[in-house]
Design a binder for this molecule. Structure first.
Ligand code: BJ8
Length: 434
């Protein structure tokens, strides 16, 4: 009862804020009540969760409340909000210029009909959900964002940026599609141009000392995320795949310093749980890797499905997983140009399926499968994501050669296929037991 009253008070405060921002408060309530219910029925319904997950649950809850308020205050002090849609955007440069990076990708099906007034129906739900939040006037970051940064990754994204770029507050970074010497040069140039664009926006000049500080901070954050994921290699992991996903979703939204400190505290708790033999999986639980498309805030569908079937997700080879935290930026480069080159090098190591060929990604999947001792891999393809869907063929073949069974799941954000997916996941898990 007390919790319900607190939740109501919290929502009333949020409504007030959203009204001040000129959003459609009723529609926002309808959409985010459903997201909240989904969060409670999946993430919060889990048993024996680490106590320090409470902070990360709060990050999700405050995504459209406290976090927005704090950004409004920082903007009043002169800092700029940079909305992003992809993990190729170099956060070090944003942070070193005193700006605030926030990922704005949508993970709810309920905003999709609003996007479909502009975009074709047969494109990826992540793109439609994101655009739908802006077009339905329910995204609290839209009215306060100083610059949105798109990128030329997949076709759905880059052509959507063309449609949205008209109002001038969308900047598009060109990402090469290969990783040869010419592509590296182009990418370095793009990162330099991005720095220049942000300098113009913020009215600040990138300072090597501040950039070195931002590099150290982001490396510290990545190390903390890697440590969290190392605990998932344990025979009985001290946290679920759903909880690891919640932390990752928070990483793309929360203040980098506070997030890292809280994550380090959570890691200490996880270490203690390992020492005391407290795990979240049953002895017979199958260890699963999820590989492919990201599961952004609002989307817990596949993890919930796999774990409610009695398995445990021990690894995510996704942009809400290893692709975000693997590889550090070299810290010992001196001089702005060398520092930016080190940043560009690190980001170009990300293995998005938009690159071709993309053999490094397959090597990473096989390595992660070994390190996390997985019984099987679920390849997660968001509907109409052609790059992950086609690349899944080569991934499945490499896994088969390595003796690791895999299942490809193509789905969107809707609940309508949950029953059918459950049957397929159950059958896959059962097959692993034989
Ligand atoms: S680096 S995965 S965050 S582009 S799922 S929108 S690829 S059609 S989200 Fe992504 Fe950057 Fe790549 Fe990662 Fe397109 Fe596929 Fe949709 Fe995607």
């Amino acid at each position: 009862m007390a919790a319900r009253i607190r939740r109501e008070e919290c929502m009333a405060r949020s409504d007030e804020l959203l009204k001040d921002l000129g959003l459609d408060v009723d529609l926002h309530r309808r959409i985010f009540d459903a997201v909240d219910r989904n969060f409670r029925e999946t993430v919060l319904a889990q048993k024996i969760r680490p106590a320090r997950m409470a902070y990360f649950d709060g990050v999700i809850h405050e995504a459209h409340g406290g976090r927005v308020r704090e950004i409004i205050e920082r903007r009043a002090a002169g800092d700029k909000l940079i909305g992003t849609f992809c993990i190729y955007v170099p956060e070090e440069i944003v942070l070193a210029l005193g700006a605030i990076p926030v990922a704005l990708c949508g993970g709810t099906s309920l905003s999709i009909p609003y996007a479909e007034k502009l975009l074709p129906r047969d494109i990826c739900p992540l793109v439609k959900s994101t655009v739908g939040l802006a077009l339905s006037n329910t995204c609290p970051y839209s009215p306060i964002e100083d610059l949105a940064v798109g990128e030329t990754t997949c076709d759905a994204k880059k052509k959507t940026w063309d449609l949205l770029a008209k109002n001038g507050d969308l900047y598009v970074i060109e990402l090469p599609q290969k990783k040869g010497a010419r592509d590296r040069d182009l990418w370095f140039e793009e990162v330099c141009q991005f720095k220049t664009r942000l300098e113009r926006l913020t009215g600040r000049t990138l300072d090597p000392e501040r950039l070195a500080g931002a590099v150290r901070l982001m490396n510290r954050k990545r190390r903390a995320l890697a440590r969290l994921n190392d605990f998932r290699k344990e025979a009985n992991p001290p946290l679920s795949g759903l909880d690891a996903l919640v932390v990752m979703q928070g990483a793309l939204l929360d203040d980098a310093i506070r997030f890292t400190e809280r994550l380090e505290a959570l890691n200490d708790e996880l270490e203690d749980r390992v020492r005391r033999g407290i795990g979240v999986a049953s002895e017979r639980a199958k260890r699963i890797m999820i590989s492919g498309c990201p599961s952004v805030l609002g989307n817990w569908k596949l993890h919930a499905l796999v774990e409610s079937a009695g398995a445990i997700v021990v690894c995510d080879e996704t942009c809400t997983g290893s692709r975000y935290y693997e590889n550090l930026v070299e810290e010992d480069r001196s001089g702005l140009e060398a520092q930016i080159a080190a940043i560009a090098d690190r980001y170009l190591k990300i293995e998005c399926s938009c690159f071709s060929p993309n053999a490094e990604r397959i090597d990473s999947i096989l390595r992660l499968a070994r390190e996390h001792r997985v019984h099987g891999v679920v390849q997660y393809v968001l509907q109409y994501c052609h790059t992950y869907n086609v690349e899944a063929v080569a991934v499945a073949a490499a896994l088969k050669d390595a003796g690791v069974p895999s299942l490809k799941v193509v789905t969107d954000y809707a609940e309508s296929d949950t029953g059918q997916l459950r049957l397929r996941v159950d059958a896959f898990l059962e097959g692993l037991g034989r």
